[in-house]
Design a protein around this ligand. Structure first.
Ligand SMILES: Cc1cc2nc3c(=O)[nH]c(=O)nc-3n(C[C@H](O)[C@H](O)[C@H](O)COP(=O)(O)O)c2cc1C
Length: 195
């Protein structure tokens, strides 16, 4: 089983990386492999609705990581997308990339159907749930089961770096629920295995 960790922050080792890294540690302990995709800080194209992807399931703009992300998603059993909160939404460049990834692969042929999906966001203070909701909207029409934690996976400031218990609990729950979804799928959660 493999989970793709998507860091949607231009800061390679910032708060979002820290939160995803903490989830990664928990996943590895549960026998799940991980792979990373970093959005980085190069320019990302928005979708121009050219329709090329209807025939190819790949984006016509292939040089900014979009098609690389599609390949990594196809090879993964699950995905966790992390983003910093920018004005109560995800990073705009991440949304530009994800619009193209999911339009190319899911709008006409549902290539990610059944892959487990989760999101987390990091912020200074507010806007986390709105940003998280925006990321969940990619998963719903793509028929990707959304994996959650015991509360919204919104991490403030240095809470993960400082290993604050509330944040670490959410991370354990997210990893535990992702593992259960991958190992047991529809058959549900083993008793006491939520964390
Ligand atoms: C353009 C911009 C907009 C931001 N907007 C918000 C916001 O609406 N709410 C908030 O709490 N933090 C906001 N922040 C702070 C970041 O969300 C926060 O520092 C985040 O943890 C950074 O993650 P990173 O280190 O992975 O890049 C903003 C930061 C930037 C650069």
């Amino acid at each position: 089983m493999r989970v793709l960790l998507v860091n949607g922050s231009p800061r390679k080792n910032g708060n979002t990386h820290e939160a995803l890294g903490a989830v990664e540690k928990e996943l590895l302990e549960r026998g799940i492999e991980t792979e990373w995709f970093q959005i980085g800080n190069n320019a990302v194209h928005g979708c121009i609705s050219c329709g090329t992807c209807r025939g190819t399931n790949r984006c016509a703009f292939g040089k900014d990581g979009c098609n690389e992300l599609i390949e990594k998603l196809l090879a993964a059993d699950g995905v966790i997308i992390g983003s910093p909160v920018y004005f109560a939404g995800p990073n705009g460049a991440l949304c530009a990339l994800l619009d193209r990834v999911f339009y190319a692969t899911c709008t006409y042929c549902q290539m990610f159907k059944g892959k487990a999906a989760a999101a987390l966001v990091t912020c200074a203070w507010t806007g986390g749930t709105a940003a998280l909701d925006r990321l969940h909207r990619y998963f719903v029409p793509c028929q990707m089961p959304i994996v959650t934690s015991g509360d919204y996976t919104v991490f403030q400031g240095d809470s993960v770096r400082n290993k604050e218990e509330r944040s670490m609990q959410l991370i354990r729950e997210l990893a535990g629920n992702m593992a259960n979804q991958l190992y047991y799928g529809k058959s549900g959660v083993r008793k006491g295995d939520g964390e």
